[in-house]
Design a protein around this ligand. Structure first.
Ligand SMILES: [Zn+2]
Length: 239
């Protein structure tokens, strides 16, 4: 059985989507690293370390049961709701640069999202196990298809429908994640505007770092969305 025109179209779209998602992922991570590194050279007028910034935000918002700690991994900054710890990498924790303040305040606002029971963060947390299962199933479906029914990849089979349903779960998770990230950054930007703790020029730079950080999540969302395209094409070619 040779490959027909439809199969060639599907293979072409698969390759196109694969290349595009790799480019989006590498591009957005490079954009973030580049922006982050660029602004690690600029100290701010109020010269506060990332640790001080995060602690000030927490205390100003009346949150006293969350710790800010230093971890020894570069760019591993995160907030863990289970341990109630904001972990900051050494350069973010210690330095008073625009990049460190941007990352530290972003993480502090994840903690505020958690304390204020933000619906977004709760929904994202609720989705985590489903996204884990979906990731596992997606790989499983692809492996089963390639091993047992390679030609079914070009036909409208139940596996294709299963793939689409599972991918929709991932799209939802990536979308909610991106919105949660943008919300934390938007809160940080608003905070610095209201407290006037940065000059106008510093605030513009601060915004650039957070936009670059958010772009990695937005690209994750679009990549999940792009992955649907070949499967939708398979269904429409077979109808
Ligand atoms: Zn975040």
């Amino acid at each position: 059985m040779g490959l027909g025109t439809n199969a060639l179209i599907v293979i072409g779209v698969f390759v196109f989507v694969f290349v595009l998602t790799i480019l989006a992922s590498v591009g957005s991570h490079y954009f973030f690293r580049n922006t982050y590194d660029k602004f690690t050279k600029y100290t701010t007028i109020f010269a506060k370390s990332g640790q001080k910034v995060a602690e000030e935000i927490l205390s100003l918002k009346g949150v006293f049961d969350i710790q800010v700690e230093k971890v020894d991994r570069h760019l591993s900054d995160n907030f863990n709701p289970k341990s109630k710890i904001i972990s900051l990498s050494p350069e973010v924790f210690e330095n008073n640069t625009i990049s460190s303040q941007a990352v530290a305040s972003h993480e502090a606002f994840h903690a505020i999202q958690y304390k204020t029971q933000s619906k977004l963060l709760r929904f994202r947390t609720w989705l985590v196990p489903f996204a884990g299962v979906a990731n596992f199933l997606l790989v499983g479906i692809i492996v089963i298809s390639i091993l047992f029914t390679p030609f079914s990849l070009f036909q409208n089979t139940p596996l294709i429908s299963a793939f689409i349903v599972v991918d929709c779960v991932l799209i939802l998770f990536q979308g909610v994640s991106a919105i949660t990230e943008i919300d934390a950054s938007a809160r940080a930007i608003r905070y610095f505007k209201e407290t006037r703790s940065l000059t106008k020029i510093e605030r513009a730079t601060f915004k650039k770092v957070l936009i670059a950080a958010g772009s990695t999540y937005v690209s994750g969302f679009f990549s999940a969305l792009l992955t649907l395209i070949p499967f939708i094409i398979i269904i429409s070619l077979n109808n």
